[in-house]
Ligand binder design. Structure first.
Ligand code: PMP
Length: 433
């Protein structure tokens, strides 16, 4: 427990001089949990090593992409082979056609797909397509869901905004969010009522079908059915943001698990095998509004980058190879972590809520069931900070924020889970004080 982080500290001080806040994404700062960010050196399987040589069992997994852990051999090989042929052409390749075909075969609601570089770009482009297709402006979204950092989505958003307590972002003119309507998640009555007014003007309704950005929240089936019914009724595009849940909950994503078919879907994270790649796709009639076929413009110098496509194809091939065992085992390991953490909390009489869907899970320090943004916010984030630091000292790396998910990978062993369960128990003892 005597972790030395001297080199991380030095790098952080140096980083502060050149990078705002010392980080290239605010979720990496340790602001809400106390302390300074760790600088990482390398990862192998479930283990992540910082620049001071400390090892951590990693449950961040680069915020979701690493379904097979760090540096899986088949992905490294695919990247090296692609790199040897050239890193970028800005022209069409056979591999991108293969990846698009794989995505459309695995996620049947996606008839056509465009590859982009980040989840932010995927959502921004998908919404533009939905607006172009419907000729409408308004977008309905839900509190605590995060859809990237494009202007129209930076109000009452999840992830780093809720972590840093920012209801809205500065630098976004009011005009750019005036067409965004934000409603509470899982509230069927409020949603149906709002749709009665806004439905005819709503280009799309966008949601995380399994939210991971206010911590994990379970959607009710009634809610998912209601978003499908109302969007059909009013001719709005139903857009599932599956940047996290795609290929994580099942190869067909949350839409397959819950049996609700959206009109459009955004994907990211896992489909890029740890390289910058994301996608948006959906019904062919909607996707055909995009240039060069239609009037909606969207483009990208590095879109469909050969290294990212190679990494993505390799990861999807690994998913296919492992078959349904992959998800069965992942979910069982995560359930093991859930039940042991719950048992520890019960023993300590510590009120916590654990939300888990498949291999995504969040432990909240509250006595209220967490079903939406308002109830997620009842969690005692100071306690989460204590818990986070206690686990770090025991070699377990969780997200440095209460309002995120922990992710398991295929590389996490039963032994990892056992030792993490022990660390969680000890962490909860520290929290219980
Ligand atoms: N949508 C969801 C559901 C996400 O979780 C994220 C990122 N965590 C994004 C969009 C944005 O993706 P990116 O960070 O790649 O821009």
């Amino acid at each position: 427990m005597s972790r030395q982080t001297t080199r991380s500290e030095e790098l952080y001080q140096e980083a502060l001089k050149y990078i705002p806040g010392g980080v290239n994404s605010p979720v990496r700062a340790f602001r809400s949990v106390g302390g300074n960010p760790l600088f990482m050196d390398h990862g192998i399987g479930s283990q992540l090593y910082d620049v001071d040589g400390n090892a951590y069992t990693d449950y961040v997994m680069s915020w979701g992409p690493l379904l097979f852990g760090h540096a899986p051999a088949p992905i490294l090989k695919a990247i090296a082979e692609a790199a040897a042929k050239g890193t970028s052409f800005g022209a069409s390749t056979a591999a991108e056609v293969e990846l698009a075909r794989k995505i459309t075969e695995t996620v049947p609601s996606i008839e056509k797909v465009r590859l982009v570089n980040s989840g932010t770009e995927a959502v921004m482009s998908a919404v533009r397509a939905a607006r172009g297709f419907t000729g409408r402006n308004k977008v309905v979204k839900f509190e605590g869901n995060y859809h990237g950092h494009s202007d129209g989505f930076l109000s009452k958003s999840g992830s780093g905004l809720v972590t840093l307590g920012l209801p809205d972002s500065a630098g976004v003119p009011p005009g750019l969010t005036q067409d965004t309507i934000t409603l509470p998640y899982n509230d069927v009555r409020k949603f149906r009522t709002a749709m009665n007014t806004v439905g005819p003007d709503a280009a799309c309704v966008i949601l995380e079908p399994v939210p991971g950005n206010m911590g994990v929240v379970l959607p009710t089936e009634e809610f998912l059915n209601a978003v499908r019914e109302e969007t059909t009724k009013f001719g709005s595009v139903l857009l599932f943001d599956e940047v996290i849940s795609g290929f994580r909950l099942s190869s067909g994503g949350a839409q397959h698990v819950y049996g609700v078919t959206p009109d459009m879907t955004t994907l990211g994270k896992i489909i890029g095998g740890g390289l910058p790649l994301a996608a948006y796709g959906g019904r062919a009639d909607i996707m055909d509004v995009i240039a060069p076929l239609g009037p909606v413009y969207q483009a990208g110098t590095l879109s469909g980058n050969p290294l990212a496509v190679a990494a993505g194809l390799a990861q999807l091939a690994m998913i296919e190879e492992r078959g349904s065992d992959l998800y069965t085992e992942l979910h069982a390991k995560t359930e093991h972590l859930e039940t042991s953490a719950q048992a520890s909390a019960n023993k300590l009489k510590l009120p916590i809520q654990i939300n888990r869907v498949g291999s995504m899970m969040t432990l909240f320090f509250t006595d209220q069931p967490v079903t939406d943004y308002a109830t997620a916010k009842t969690s005692d984030t100071a306690k989460y900070g204590v818990f986070f630091r206690a686990l770090l000292d025991r070699g377990v790396y969780l997200a440095p924020s209460q309002f995120e998910a922990l992710f398991l990978s295929d590389a996490h062993t039963e032994q990892d889970v056992e030792s993490t369960a022990k660390a969680i128990h000890e962490g909860l003892v520290v929290v219980a004080g």
